[in-house]
Design a protein around this ligand. Structure first.
Ligand SMILES: Nc1ncnc2c1ncn2[C@@H]1O[C@H](COP(=O)(O)OP(=O)(O)OP(=O)(O)O)[C@@H](O)[C@H]1O
Ligand SMILES: [Mg+2]
Length: 224
């Protein structure tokens, strides 16, 4: 079976000449369908950089990256956007919600921006509102929600179109322990029920434990 994500000998440098810094060195990694993996490592070890490469948000690197059997490396931007939209979901530490849109309009925004018709997503919208516990808040604006609720909106937005892989960069970095546990339970449910593969970056061993695999980076190299 094809892995959902495969990185082959990926290296990444920022800057040139004397300012050149190597951030990732020869990273080879596979994530299989259904995994819930936690990427850990010290600040500056290259976790976010790796996640951005895997998600196609940064295309400047050496090596090859495949998503769901498609070689992403060297893809044209239009093809890459289509791949990101259909196969990859992103969640960040900050929720990046549009303040003057309601919860449900925020969740539907990527679908609308892709020129898809909203009625086709009606059932999926109801389902994801239910799973994320946001049904009673569907007409609220982000400013009327707690941090944990806002993060649930950004997760609903990321998984509405049922991507193959959900990439989350310190999704609970800004939340208290109760909201963190709720978000991690939600990830587990999305992983179990919707069969969406998850790769999350976290500093917290407790949070990492919600997944079924821990991947460690040390100064840009995979360890262990
Ligand atoms: N745009 C950039 N230009 C130059 N250097 C960068 C850039 N982005 C990141 N770096 C450097 O790359 C290294 C890895 O950064 P990265 O953000 O991937 O670390 P991280 O493991 O996510 O850290 P943290 O846990 O603090 O989020 C750091 O030394 C950082 O300074
Ligand atoms: Mg980071």
């Amino acid at each position: 079976m094809e892995p959902i994500m495969k990185a082959e000998h990926v290296s990444k440098t920022f800057g040139t000449g004397e300012a050149e810094t190597r951030v990732l060195t020869d990273v080879s990694l596979e994530i299989q369908k259904g995994e819930f993996a936690s990427l850990m490592g010290e600040s500056g070890s290259g976790k976010s950089t790796l996640l951005y490469l895997v998600g196609g948000l940064d295309t400047q690197y050496e090596g090859n990256i495949y998503i769901a059997g498609q070689k992403m490396t060297g893809m044209k931007e239009a093809e890459m956007s289509a791949l990101r939209l259909s196969k990859i979901g992103f969640v960040f530490q900050f929720y990046n919600l549009i303040q003057n849109l309601s919860v449900e309009d925020n969740i539907l925004l990527p679908i609308k921006m892709a020129g898809k018709t909203v009625p086709g997503y009606k059932e999926k919208l109801e389902e994801i509102l239910e799973i994320t516990g946001l049904t009673p808040k569907r007409k609220s604006k982000p400013s009327q929600l707690s941090g944990g609720q806002q993060q649930r909106v950004s997760i609903a937005r990321a998984v509405l179109s049922e991507p193959e892989i959900l990439l989350a960069d310190e999704p609970t970095g800004n939340l208290d322990s109760k909201s963190t546990a709720e978000i991690m339970e939600l990830f587990k449910r999305i992983n179990d029920e919707k069969k969406i593969t998850i790769l999350q970056v976290t500093h917290s061993p407790d949070t990492a434990e919600y997944g079924n695999r821990i991947i460690r980076l040390d100064s840009g190299k995979l360890v262990g």
